[in-house]
Every structure is written in structure tokens, then in C-alpha cells.
Design a protein around this ligand. Structure first.
Ligand SMILES: *Cc1c(COP(=O)(O)O)cnc(C)c1O
Length: 379
């Protein structure tokens, strides 16, 4: 895809292109990487900002059967899209909310003794499956070792609960040499073995995207990638095996020649150092472009125009950025020209790094103002 194929409609400033074919290819690569496990998909937060419905349909077509979201509301929205898929609600059921789960045939992750109790009391169907989440080191969600002791000594607490999976979550999977990874496997095995004295053998799930690339020992029965499906690097220190799935192009609105002594943008933060040509472009932090991508004094990150590098010049505004286009041929610096903010030259991981954050946050911040285009060669 090149910037010249990109339509930025007249009623908008910037276009977000989501490559659904690339998402399907990424899913297939993960299938090959996990020959002995099922590959689910994390589609929480509107499929990491890419759009729940089109992404979930694409993954379902690629063979995915298990979908993870955070809240029951997300689960009900997904149920409208995928009538028969398994939908797991990671945050679990709050007391009095079980009817939402029943209505959407949603599978809760049970994260605490209290959630287990609510589910036991309120869920009308003893065969409705639930995941049991064991905390092996995140200290975020899931049953602690003490909770497992209580369940084992008081097995009636699990009566009428149909556990279809035990799961846990890795804290440091993006750092393969981190000792925490192996320690979490050991803790997971211990806790799971104790629970199984009550329940009998259970299926297990541990790996997120980076966890998949730690090796088959981490795959168990089901893996739960999100980021890798959307093209983020599972490990920032290694070449990224995933295909990039998103591009953003914003249009040039206006050109201006500046010279010393002048400044550009808010705070008069960017001093003009030499005569320069400045392009004002129609996207800003209101569209999800991180304000921190410009350093305190002005620039920092860059963009590409027809393959030519154009650095940020001055602060990022809500609706606009300003670029130094002095080194871009004038034929490409005209109003309406698309500017690559993310694309073949700039990954979400790159943009995240420039702003002191991660690609995950870049993706999930995409604003509702962006015009969205879905590429789906198969459809
Ligand atoms: C978000 C999430 C995932 C997916 O993580 P990625 O790093 O995006 O692959 C998997 N499991 C749990 C419990 C999660 O919260």
C-alpha cells in the first residue's frame, strides 16, 4: 500500500487503514508457532483500537473460536457479531451481574473467592463453563495461593461450577531471560495440581503474545494473543515476525516559510534555527497521536511524505501537527498531500518508543475522528 492509494475524505483530516488480511496472516503465523495448542484472540478495548466487529469476523474466518474481552459490555457487543464463539470475560462477574453473562452466553474468568461464590449462587446452569484464573505473580487478578488452599480444604465452594480452563498471566514474557517466566510456570503447575485434586484434570492457558514466543512449554491447551495479531513486536529486542496491520495518513492543510527570529506552535517552544518550510497537518492528540512524540523543545518524532522524512517541528496540538518539510520536494508539499504518521516507515512500536510508551497504548488511543478503512482482499 502506498500513500498515493490513500483516500482522506474531504470531511476528515486523517485516515486509519486497518489491514484485515495482515491480521489473518498474523493469526496463521501464530497457529504455526503453536502446533499443539488452540489459538484464541484478545479483542478487548475494541480489538486494541482497530475495531471489534471487523477484527473479530476476520479472526473467526481464520479459524479462531475463543475470544477474550475485559467487560461483560464488550462481551455482549461481540456476541452480536459472533453468535457461537466462546467469549471469555477477563474481569469476571460482579455480584448481581450474572444475568448479563447468561444473556450473552458469556464465559467468566473467576478471579476471586467472591466471584466464585457469586457465580455459584447466581448462575442457573451448572454446566455453563467458567475459567479459573490463578495469580502466579502478577498480583493483579486471579486467585492467590491462600485462596487455592481454601478451595482445596472446602471443595463445596466449587460445587456446581464447571471449570473449562485454568489460566494465569505472565508478567515478564517480553523479556525471555527473566527469571519470573520459569517461576510462573512452576507456580502455575503447583496451583493447578492442587485444584485438580478437587476437580480432576483441567485444561490450561498461560501465554499472551510474547509468552507464545517463549517456546512450546508455555503454550498448554490455549494461547491468548492480542498484540501480535495486530502486528506489535512480541519482543522489542528481536526482529518482529508479525506483519504490521495499521497505517495512518493525515493531509497537509497549509504551508508556510519561516525564518529567524520566529517560533512555531504552542508555548513558542520551537525556535526557528534556520530558514525552513513548515507544513501544517490535520491530525493531533485528539486523533490519538501522542503529544509526547514531540520533545520539550519541539521536534523528536518524524513522519514520511512520499517516502521523504519530515520531522515534527513544534508541539503536537489537539487537531494539528507541524512538520519541517524543508527536505521534501515541493511537488509533495501541497495541501491535500497525505503524510504517513504510521505505515511502512513507522511502526506503532516506533511511535510508542518516541513518546515514552508502548505500541499497545498507541493502538488503543486511536480517536473516533479518524476516517477508517478496512482492507480485506478476501472479501
Ligand atoms: C490482554 C491480555 C492478553 C493479551 O495480551 P497481549 O500481550 O496483547 O498478547 C492475554 N491474557 C490476558 C489475561 C490479558 O489481559
Amino acid at each position: 500500500m502506498s500513500a498515493n492509494d490513500i483516500a482522506i475524505p474531504g470531511d476528515t483530516g486523517a485516515t486509519l487503514v486497518v489491514d484485515l488480511d495482515a491480521i489473518a496472516e498474523n493469526y496463521e503465523l501464530l497457529l504455526k508457532t503453536c502446533p499443539h495448542a488452540r489459538v484464541g484472540a484478545s479483542v478487548k478495548a475494541d480489538a486494541y483500537g482497530l475495531g471489534l466487529a471487523p477484527v473479530a469476523r476476520t479472526l473467526s474466518k481464520a479459524g479462531c473460536r475463543s475470544f477474550f474481552v475485559a467487560t461483560p459490555g464488550e462481551g455482549l457487543a461481540l456476541r452480536d457479531v459472533l453468535p457461537t464463539a466462546e467469549i471469555i470475560i477477563l474481569n469476571g462477574p460482579e455480584r448481581g451481574q450474572t444475568d448479563l453473562f447468561v444473556r450473552g452466553a458469556l464465559t467468566p474468568a473467576l478471579n476471586s473467592l467472591q466471584q466464585i461464590e457469586s457465580w455459584q449462587l447466581e448462575n442457573p446452569d451448572d454446566r455453563a463453563p467458567a475459567y479459573l484464573h490463578l495469580d502466579t505473580g502478577m498480583n493483579r487478578l486471579g486467585l492467590a495461593v491462600d485462596d487455592v488452599d481454601i478451595l482445596v480444604s472446602e471443595p463445596r465452594r466449587l460445587k456446581g461450577i464447571s471449570i473449562s480452563m485454568v489460566m494465569s498471566h505472565l508478567a515478564c514474557a517480553d523479556t525471555p531471560q527473566h527469571l519470573m517466566n520459569q517461576a510462573q510456570i512452576v507456580a502455575f503447575t503447583e496451583m493447578r495440581t492442587r485444584i485438580e485434586t478437587v476437580t480432576g484434570p483441567l485444561k490450561a492457558s498461560l501465554a499472551n503474545s510474547p509468552g507464545i514466543f517463549l517456546g512450546p512449554e508455555y503454550h498448554y491447551d490455549l494461547v491468548r494473543p492480542g498484540a501480535a495479531l495486530y502486528g506489535l513486536a512480541p519482543n522489542l529486542d528481536r526482529p518482529n515476525p508479525m506483519k504490521q496491520t495499521v497505517e495512518i495518513y493525515a493531509k497537509i492543510l497549509q504551508l508556510r516559510n519561516v525564518d529567524t527570529p520566529m517560533t512555531v506552535g504552542y508555548g513558542a517552544a520551537q525556535y526557528v534555527k534556520k530558514r525552513a518550510r513548515i507544513a501544517t497537518v490535520a491530525a493531533g492528540y485528539g486523533d490519538g497521536y501522542p503529544r509526547a512524540a514531540a520533545s520539550k523543545t519541539g521536534g523528536g518524532m518524524h513522519t514520511y511524505i512520499a517516502g521523504y522524512k519530515a520531522p515534527l517541528y513544534g508541539r503536537v496540538s489537539m487537531d494539528l501537527i507541524t512538520l519541517d518539510v524543508s527536505d521534501v520536494p515541493e511537488e509533495f508539499t501541497v495541501p491535500g498531500q497525505p503524510v504517513e504518521l504510521l505505515g511502512p516507515h513507522i511502526s506503532p512500536d516506533d511511535l510508542g518508543a518516541s513518546a515514552g510508551t508502548i505500541g499497545y497504548e498507541i493502538l488503543t488511543r486511536f480517536g473516533s475522528r479518524l476516517h477508517r478503512v478496512y482492507r480485506d482482499g478476501g472479501a
